[in-house]
Ligand binder design. Structure first.
Ligand code: GLV
Ligand code: MN
Ligand code: MN
Length: 401
């Protein structure tokens, strides 16, 4: 899969709804068809690969993740979970085994949210938490719309697909942080996913010439941005297990001898504790107002996305643990600091995740790496979880969250 959107330094740039995304989707469709799956594409371009079970009236088991990437992103983020789902289907095929329940492996559209904001768009609409028409009208930096690009690459399905109720959902993913490697564990067992808040900030100063304009007569939007970015970093640093990131910055006109009259930047804030996360957001807003005043610029802040934290189903979390134990794989309880499509699926289906170590704790970068042995170990855990839940008789129901 890493061929689709390959970058010179061993990573991938496979942004949502680009030609690279389309080519990866076509490849997935071929492989899943060969593995005995039917493919359904819904109106958000979510691809559902369905391996029929013996009793098609029973609620299905779901797994999967996303095949889009960050710009200059890694080869594992997202796609590992889909390919492990494919490997489960192939293994069942090789062993001539059929599950009681349907197994649905999903490729969710636009998880990353880099080209089109917000992210987890496909799963968010599937969950009924994002509006499809609004998502169609999202634009990228070149003014191209989500809906137009989805149609252009040939992945706007004609109907919605609603396999609910679902019996269980597992998402297998790389950890994307340093915890597993540092602690010497192979399997991460998250109890849930942190909450998340995204903002766009627009700064307005006064554009002017870099030479003749006296330093004390400037309303420099880049200077205002720099003051704000520093404050945001410090607020994150001082917070209790909340992280704050300024990831994008777009000064206008972005010319070395012009004092910028405008600057847009983004903020990403996440934490397990919603109250502490909201306190951090409030402090950031206060700091932005203070820095705007100090620099003579004005600032508009707009929230572009907010998701509550996702505490996973305790029985399925335990099942991930038990599966790792059976396979004699050392496992660690943790929290997912990254967001995932399961943040939405968890709202209506018992869910859990399986993590494997990221070498050097690096992700969202070309250097992202996980050993093949660890990839296989996580896939084995996924297989065990699917064998168990996919063969659950109808009577078994899990405790409510
Ligand atoms: C997605 O990768 C995210 O956690 O932002
Ligand atoms: Mn991901
Ligand atoms: Mn990602």
């Amino acid at each position: 899969m890493a061929r689709y959107g390959a970058t010179p330094n061993n990573g991938v740039t496979r942004l949502a709804l680009t030609d690279e995304d389309r080519d990866a989707r076509n490849q997935l469709r071929t492989w899943f068809n060969e593995a005995g799956c039917e493919t359904v594409v819904d109106r958000m371009g979510n691809m559902f690969f369905i391996l029929p079970g013996r009793n098609r009236n029973l609620p299905a088991v779901m797994t999967g993740s996303h095949c889009d990437s960050q710009p200059q992103g890694g080869r594992f983020d997202g796609i590992l979970g889909i390919l492990a789902g494919l490997e489960v289907c192939r293994t069942l095929q090789d062993e001539n085994m059929q599950l009681e329940r349907d197994l649905i492996v999903v490729n969710w559209t636009n998880e990353e949210g880099s080209r089109f904001t917000p992210g987890t768009t496909g799963s968010g609409v599937f969950a009924g938490r994002l509006n499809r028409e609004e998502m169609y009208s999202l634009t990228d930096r070149n003014g191209l719309t989500f809906g137009g690009e989805l149609r252009r690459i040939g992945y706007m399905g004609e109907t919605d697909f609603d396999p609910r109720p679902l019996h269980a959902n597992f998402e297998y993913h790389i950890e994307q942080g340093p915890v597993l490697e540092r602690s010497g564990n192979t399997i991460g067992v998250p109890k849930g996913i942190v909450c998340l808040r995204w903002y766009d900030v627009n700064l307005h100063g006064v554009p002017n010439h870099a030479g003749p304009t006296p330093m004390n007569e400037r309303q420099d939007a880049v200077y205002a941005f720099a003051c704000m970015a520093r404050e945001i970093f410090q607020i994150g640093l001082n917070a209790d297990e909340v992280v704050a990131t300024v990831g994008e910055v777009h000064p206008t006109p972005n010319s070395r001898n012009v004092i910028a009259g405008h600057c847009r930047f983004t903020i990403d804030v996440r934490g397990w504790d919603e109250t502490e996360t909201d306190r951090v957001c409030a402090d950031i807003k206060w700091a932005i107002a203070a820095m705007a005043k100090k620099t003579g610029c004005s600032a508009d802040i707009r929230q572009t996305w907010a998701v509550e934290r996702a505490p996973f189903h305790p029985d399925l979390v335990q099942l991930v643990h038990d599966s790792a134990d059976r396979l004699k794989l050392p496992a660690l309880d943790m929290v997912s600091g990254a967001s995932h499509d399961t943040v939405y699926i968890n709202q209506f289906t018992p869910s859990a995740m399986i993590f494997v170590p990221s070498i050097g704790g690096r992700s969202h970068a070309e250097i992202e790496e996980t050993s093949w042995a660890d990839c296989a170990a996580g896939a084995d855990v996924l297989l065990h979880c699917i064998l168990r839940t996919g063969n659950d008789p109808e009577a078994i129901s899990y405790r409510k969250n």
